[in-house]
Design a protein around this ligand. Structure first.
Ligand SMILES: Cc1cc2nc3c(=O)[nH]c(=O)nc-3n(C[C@H](O)[C@H](O)[C@H](O)COP(=O)(O)O)c2cc1C
Length: 330
């Protein structure tokens, strides 16, 4: 009997396939469907920092309105406005608590954030609603040309959130850092439980007939997995937290590669949009087939096997491949 269980963020997952944050995990019914198709955990659709701040801002405005004795009608309208905004946060907390009652797999909440400000108070409510962990999608725009200390913001956000909650915190990052390896290592040393490599940016495209900008590719393709594979392989034995591979993981074969490189788990989204949640089971069957063929009973028997063997000479290896490819030196 094969055992596909893995440890991720200190949680035991029945297999390495987590469904990443998207609209596929925005209702309890969908979360149940993902579980019944084999997902070992789900990351819920993200709340945005701005949505949380909006609630705080609206509350302040409400208090001000109270004092100024606004006309009856405007108070009613403001109440309705406030109610709609609060509803979004209340709905999110209800999604967490309802999902926790109806599925057995871990439910990971997600917040997309850009600052370490007041929104961080809300993380306590997420914890109280029963989330097993919190994933922060820190989404600082790499095209920002201002002179802000872009990288310090990551540490400020993590520091603030870690002070508020006791549940495991993971951070989903982009690959756009001057020194991604160093950043990954330093982030892993902050006390977070895991890193998700990587966030995916929608690429812009240009329609040459209408001369308009359009979105190129909402969903990833399988070739996008290789940049993730590189960084998982390079960093898996150098970090102090779990690593989840995300972007371009579309098949059982991709999952095996990421684990061989040292990933603790993977997150899958586009493949399930392109196919269906039933594809999780297909991927799991393919992993089992491969494990049987190789004589592995447990994931730990091959986790990190390839990266560890090549880790001794990573930099030299990368340089040599580059030279072979572009200079014709054999
Ligand atoms: C329709 C759609 C909605 C998404 N919504 C979120 C979101 O709310 N929060 C988040 O962190 N990532 C979101 N993502 C990004 C995915 O979680 C994932 O990082 C990205 O799609 C790369 O993984 P993939 O190659 O398996 O699709 C979304 C992706 C898609 C396609």
């Amino acid at each position: 009997m094969l055992d596909l269980s893995v440890k991720y963020l200190g949680l035991t997952l029945k297999n390495p396939i987590i469904v990443g944050s998207s609209d596929l995990s925005s209702t309890v019914e969908e979360v149940k469907k993902l579980e019944s198709n084999g997902a070992s955990a789900v990351v819920l659709k993200s709340l945005f920092e701005e949505e949380i701040l909006l609630e705080a801002a609206t509350k302040a405005e409400e208090a001000r309105i109270d004092q100024m004795f606004y006309a009856e009608l405007s108070e009613t309208l403001d109440y309705i406005d406030l109610h709609i905004k609060e509803d979004k946060l209340a709905k999110y907390l209800k999604l967490i608590s309802d999902a926790k009652k109806q599925v057995l797999i871990p439910v990971i909440a997600s917040i997309n954030c850009i600052t370490p400000y007041e929104w961080t108070d809300f993380t306590v409510k997420i914890q109280d609603a029963g989330a097993d962990a919190l994933e922060l999608n820190i989404f600082l725009n790499p095209t920002d040309l201002s002179d802000k200390n872009f990288e310090q913001t990551y540490f400020d956000i993590i520091g603030k959130v870690m002070k508020k909650v006791k549940i495991p915190v993971s951070v989903k990052i982009s690959p756009y850092f001057a020194k991604p390896g160093l950043m990954i290592k330093k982030l892993s040393e902050t006390g977070i439980s895991g890193l998700v490599l990587f966030n995916r940016f929608f690429s812009p495209d240009i329609d040459i007939n209408s001369l308009e900008v359009k979105s190129a590719n909402k969903f990833s393709t399988e070739t996008e997995q290789y940049n993730v594979l590189r960084w998982i392989a390079l960093m898996s034995d150098k970090v102090k937290c779990s690593l989840a591979a995300s972007t371009g993981i579309h098949s059982g074969e991709s999952v095996i590669k990421q684990i061989l490189a040292g990933a603790d788990a993977v997150q899958v989204v586009s493949a399930l949009y392109r196919k269906s949640p039933g594809h999780i089971n297909v991927m799991l069957k393919d992993i089992e087939k491969w494990m049987n063929k190789k004589g592995y009973n447990y994931i730990s028997q091959f986790k990190g096997k390839v990266s560890q063997e090549s880790a001794r000479n990573n930099a030299a290896f990368e340089r040599m491949q580059f030279m072979k490819y572009f200079s014709g030196i054999e």
